[in-house]
Design a protein around this ligand. Structure first.
Ligand code: HEC
Length: 316
């Protein structure tokens, strides 16, 4: 973040420098952008934005930079054939309509690099949309995003520098394979921290898309953890036999769970009928007391989780 002092200096300059105008702000931490550009940015965003918990100035100005200035989507969509929606291709004299299904999702193939002849890797634009975390560019922090744009560093190391003959994956010297190619970071690195924060915030507000180089499958879906959930909790019953319930338990890989109910130390003993099912019956054979039943679930990859159901038997 630019310091308040630097921003105050900017504010004293009576000039509008191309893209951004900074005003001194009472809230020094909140960047102030040209309201007309913020509003324009909100209007031209081609997808529905999730602005929850985000500074609308950052989102709007980020959209302005992404959609009116830097043409990120020109390269970070899947390619010219699908960049625009059906009937919305301006190059066909149609009213422009960006295709939300490819918007900033990456996958555009720029061909073999550095040359069409030779065993060289294709350079393919990356997916800039947030993942299930809601953070831009597949869960990046702002610091990481800023470092990428400032240095051009390829944190995924998709195409290292060749140490021998080209193998279809590496890039030959004098190119540095640790750097992003084609991506105009040598220009984008000149943006201010506030500009980059605006872009980052906007990229966190757009919808997640699947796909793109090095992206895991189901990147938009919050992973489910393997978790035992035993019920009832803190129940008091008078019936000598009741049914326990482990059906709310979840399996991490979406697969099947095995169930095992037992009586841990510290609990009066009880009879468990069908203790390897989700819904066993139990009998309070020791009379009144506080019974504990331990449920352990195990998923198909062997990951386990435990939880307890606690029941006070108050019957006769
Ligand atoms: C001229 C085409 C082009 C433009 C315009 C462009 N990019 Fe890129 N960008 C690329 C390509 C191609 C790559 C992947 C490069 C590689 O694999 O070496 C990339 C990579 C990136 C990465 C690295 C992602 C990762 O997973 O590490 C980020 C971040 C990024 N671009 C952001 C942006 C933003 C933000 C904009 C708009 C301000 C933008 N790009 C505009 C072509 C472009």
């Amino acid at each position: 973040m630019k310091s308040a002092k630097t921003r105050a200096v900017f504010a004293m300059l009576p000039v509008s420098l191309g893209v951004a105008i900074f005003h001194a702000s009472a809230l020094a931490q909140t960047p102030m952008f040209d309201p007309a550009k913020v509003q324009q940015g909100m209007q031209i965003a081609p997808v529905t934005l999730n602005t929850q918990g985000k500074d609308p100035n950052l989102v709007g100005y980020g959209s302005y930079l992404v959609n009116a200035v830097a043409d990120c989507n020109g390269c970070h969509s899947a390619g010219p054939q699908t960049e625009f929606a059906m009937g919305g291709n301006p190059y066909f004299n149609q009213p422009t309509k960006v295709n939300p299904a490819t918007y900033l999702g990456g996958g555009r193939d720029f061909g073999p690099f550095p040359s069409a002849s030779g065993n060289f890797p294709h350079i393919i634009s990356r997916n800039l949309t947030p993942d299930f975390t809601g953070m831009a560019e597949g869960g990046s922090t702002f610091d990481k995003f800023r470092t990428i744009i400032r240095t051009g560093m390829d944190m995924d190391h998709i195409h290292p520098t060749c140490s021998g003959p080209p193998d279809g994956k590496c890039i030959p010297p004098p190119f540095n394979g640790d750097l992003l190619q084609i991506m105009p970071w040598p220009t984008d690195q000149n943006m201010t921290d506030d500009d980059l924060l605006a872009i980052y915030t906007y990229l966190s507000a757009i919808p997640c898309l699947e796909g793109g180089p090095n992206e895991p499958p189901n990147r938009c879906v919050t992973p489910v953890k393997t978790m035992a959930i035993a019920s009832p909790k803190n129940a008091t019953v008078v019936s000598r036999e009741i049914q326990l319930d482990g059906t709310k338990s979840t399996a991490g890989n979406g697969g099947l769970l095995t169930f095992q109910w037992s009586i841990p130390q510290g609990s009066p003993s009880a009879v468990i009928l069908h203790g390897n099912t989700a819904t066993p019956n139990v009998q309070f054979s020791q009379g009144r007391g506080a019974y504990i039943f331990l449920l352990t679930v195990t998923d198909t990859s062997g990951t386990s989780s435990s939880d307890v159901a606690t029941i006070t038997y108050a019957g006769n």
